[in-house]
Ligand binder design. Structure first.
Ligand code: SF4
Length: 424
């Protein structure tokens, strides 16, 4: 018999759209209205795989034995790494950090290979924030800087920043001017009102040129960015004349050789714009609950990623305590992956090391690993089989409601069982 669940939240990307209507039948999702092209494969895959709940060295094992094997690996490790967290939810993230604390290990999230430079910039200069609800109701100038949401967050424009009619933008798209700053002719640039094709790696120069013009200086401060002066002037004027402006910035800005300084320049430019009108800046977060992983790690340790707990108190040092670099240097001798998201961003050397040390993998039934982990747990997915909370890219917590049943335990349950079996 078919069952229809309304107001389902999708956790595939940081938009966390919570207006989906999902139809299930015989343990499968047969329809997901509102799911974009990025989300459809995730919903369609649910219920297909009958992966065992627990395996040790690739062989199906009862849960208690697998939990014991994981506890043995972690107990004998001198420095374990706990990585991922962004496909989990608050309860699983909290349990993983508690386990890392108990072990004296290092906890890092997918942010360390993603928006880490942005976080470091935010720590330097602060952030002028807003919710996506404010963007929807108020924004009349929307800038996507180094981001291509039509591909990475397909419903971002439809739900928040492009088409929606809002209290102060009653005609929706007709009341908004969309600017894309990107060296590439992306899908989003094609539908934008203005595309500033900045020279690759020259965002910093363009941002400082804009800052100078916002401060009333009109010389060519740095033509190296490749945008003609009259276009930069027009952009500065549009920033000044906006009633409510928002800059969404993505990995195209953060992944430069000086990504944190590029983001710092952007945040300073937004701060300058406040001399004239209201502007905010927000990150285009990629995985569904990476903002939750930052938030939970922050309220547990005081730091958002790359946290070393080996001395009995938290220490934060991106690079030194970041998963990719720890693996490249061979500093860690066991790894617990709470979700395999983010492994695609690791270097070859880091992956080689990861595949050579004992690994404990938690993920849902749809995920394959390129190697055979020492222990693998198939967990129920939050927002699919379990209730939970996902933090949207604007850090607004969105409740997750389950749509399917699952025999698999939650990651929180298994992490707590492992903690209970640790030696000492
Ligand atoms: S935009 Fe993101 S959250 Fe919304 S339906 Fe698509 S993948 Fe899911």
């Amino acid at each position: 018999m078919q069952n229809v669940v309304r107001d389902v939240a999708c956790t595939v990307c940081g938009c966390v759209c919570d207006d989906l209507i999902v139809t299930t039948d015989a343990g499968r999702i047969v329809r997901a209205d509102g799911a974009c092209a990025l989300a459809e494969p995730w919903f369609a895959a649910q219920g297909r795989s009958q992966r065992p709940v627990s395996c040790v060295d690739g062989t199906e094992t009862d849960l208690a034995s697998a939990v014991q094997a994981a506890a043995d690996i972690l107990s004998s490790s001198s420095l374990p790494l706990l990585y991922g967290l962004s496909r989990s939810s608050t309860p699983g993230q909290r349990a993983a950090i508690a386990l890392g604390d108990r072990l004296g290990g290092i906890v890092d999230t997918t942010a360390s290979r993603c928006h880490a430079p942005s976080i470091m910039a935010l720590q330097q200069v602060g952030e002028s924030t807003c919710s996506l609800g404010e963007v929807r109701q108020r924004s009349d100038v929307v800038v996507y800087w180094g981001a291509n949401p039509l591909r990475s967050h397909p419903r971002h424009l439809e739900r928040y920043a492009g088409e929606p009619e809002g209290t102060f933008v009653p005609r929706g798209r007709a009341d908004r001017h969309i600017v894309v700053v990107d060296p590439n002719a992306t899908e989003t640039a094609a539908i934008a009102d203005t595309h500033l094709q900045v020279a690759p790696g020259r965002d910093f120069e363009l941002l400082w040129d804009l800052r100078a013009r916002l401060a009333g200086q009109t010389d060519d401060v740095s033509p190296a960015h490749g945008i003609p002066a009259e276009q930069v002037d027009a952009f500065a004027e549009r920033i000044r004349a906006a009633r409510y402006g928002i800059v969404f910035f993505g990995l195209g800005l953060t992944r430069g050789t000086v990504g944190h300084q590029d983001v710092e320049a952007l945040l300073l430019m937004v701060r300058d714009a406040h001399r004239h009108t209201r502007w905010s800046a927000r990150r285009m977060r990629i995985p569904g609950d990476v903002a939750g992983a930052d938030s939970v790690l922050c309220w547990q340790t005081g730091f958002p990623f790359s946290v070393d707990l080996s001395r009995g108190y938290p220490r934060y040092n991106p690079g030194e305590f970041s998963a990719n670099e720890l693996l490249e240097r061979g500093d860690v001798d066991a790894c617990l992956l709470l979700g395999c998201d983010g492994l695609g961003q690791f270097s070859d050397a880091a992956m080689k090391r990861l595949e050579s040390i004992p690994t404990i993998v938690f993920d849902d039934a749809t995920v394959e690993t390129a190697w055979t982990p020492s222990v693998r747990f198939t967990t129920a997915a939050y927002g699919m089989h379990l209730p939970g909370t996902a933090y949207r890219m604007d850090e607004v917590p969105i409740p997750l409601r389950p749509v399917l049943e699952s025999d698999c335990p939650s990651d929180e349950e298994i992490l707590q069982q492992i903690a209970a079996r640790l030696e000492g």
